[in-house]
Design a protein around this ligand. Structure first.
Ligand code: ATP
Length: 248
């Protein structure tokens, strides 16, 4: 079961370009060993929340203007992404960013760049990634640009794992993938969570699948958390069913 809080976001406000207020006081907690889902429709602010945490907002002229972001009690709101990776937090961006002109294995190796460990350790981690993603092992020598959407998503997650993260911020893993593949990716996330103890904060529009794999969920609407709770309780909630699960 999920344990102590690792990440605490309290009441953050985010503004783009000095004028566009996008997050209007978002608070959430990510416990150690948990899968936490950040749900909500297009433009609700999920990606912005992840980027506020990982430090990737600045490159988009976004700024956290209020509130606090603490990781293991340390203020990370003003931190830079590379520092955060060293503290154990890494973001997998929406749209499966892989280097198209590198092979799958070279892509995975780029994930080890912040590591201090030696070659043997990195080789072990590569094997660890291949145990979770046997498909990537088969495709290890292919250029990432020539692999399928599902394989690129696996590659992006695998690369993040190569930094030996404690917490992964995973943005919209289901995007553009066929239902069966979405299920497969979530199964892998679940087993990484269970076997490696990696915590996940998962932004998803696909409420249905996310709430089947997550322990806890937050629902965002127009930059505010409108509901949160245990995944099971959210799945059974009448409003969630009606507005997010497409059934009543
Ligand atoms: P999606 O699933 O589409 O990514 P989301 O919930 O992740 O949705 P965000 O991408 O965080 O939502 O966007 C929230 C709001 O912020 C949207 O209205 C969007 O237009 C706006 N926004 C996002 N990035 C920027 C930016 N760089 N500059 C200005 N506004 C932005």
């Amino acid at each position: 079961a999920p344990g102590e809080p690792l990440l605490r976001v309290s009441n953050i406000e985010v503004i783009y370009n000095h004028v566009i207020l996008v997050l209007k006081g978002v608070s959430l907690t990510v416990p150690k060993g948990g899968i936490t889902a950040l749900l909500g429709g297009n433009g609700a602010g999920k990606t912005t929340t992840l980027k506020a945490i990982s430090g990737l907002l600045k490159s988009e002229r976004g700024e956290v203007t209020k509130g606090r972001i603490l990781y293991r009690g340390r203020d990370v709101a003003a931190g830079d992404p590379a520092e955060l990776v060293k503290s154990g937090v890494i973001q997998v961006m929406e749209g499966r960013h892989c280097f198209e002109h590198l092979t799958v294995e070279e892509n995975l190796m780029t994930g080890a760049y912040t590591r201090t460990g030696g070659r043997a350790e990195i080789a072990r981690d590569l094997e660890m990634v291949y145990t979770y993603f046997p498909r990537l092992k088969e495709r290890r020598s292919s250029l990432a640009g020539y692999t399928s959407g599902g394989e690129q998503q696996m590659c992006a997650i695998g690369r993040a794992l190569m930094s030996r993260p404690e917490t992964v911020l995973l943005d919209e893993p289901s995007m553009g993938l066929a239902p069966q593949l979405v299920e497969q990716i979530f199964e892998i996330v679940k087993s990484i969570n269970e076997k490696e103890g990696v915590s996940f904060l998962l932004a998803e529009q696909n409420t249905n699948v996310a709430l089947r794999y997550a322990h806890y969920g937050y629902i965002l609407e127009s930059g505010r958390v409108v509901m949160d709770g245990e995944a099971k309780a959210l799945r059974e909630n009448q409003d969630v069913k009606e507005f997010y699960l497409g059934m009543s």
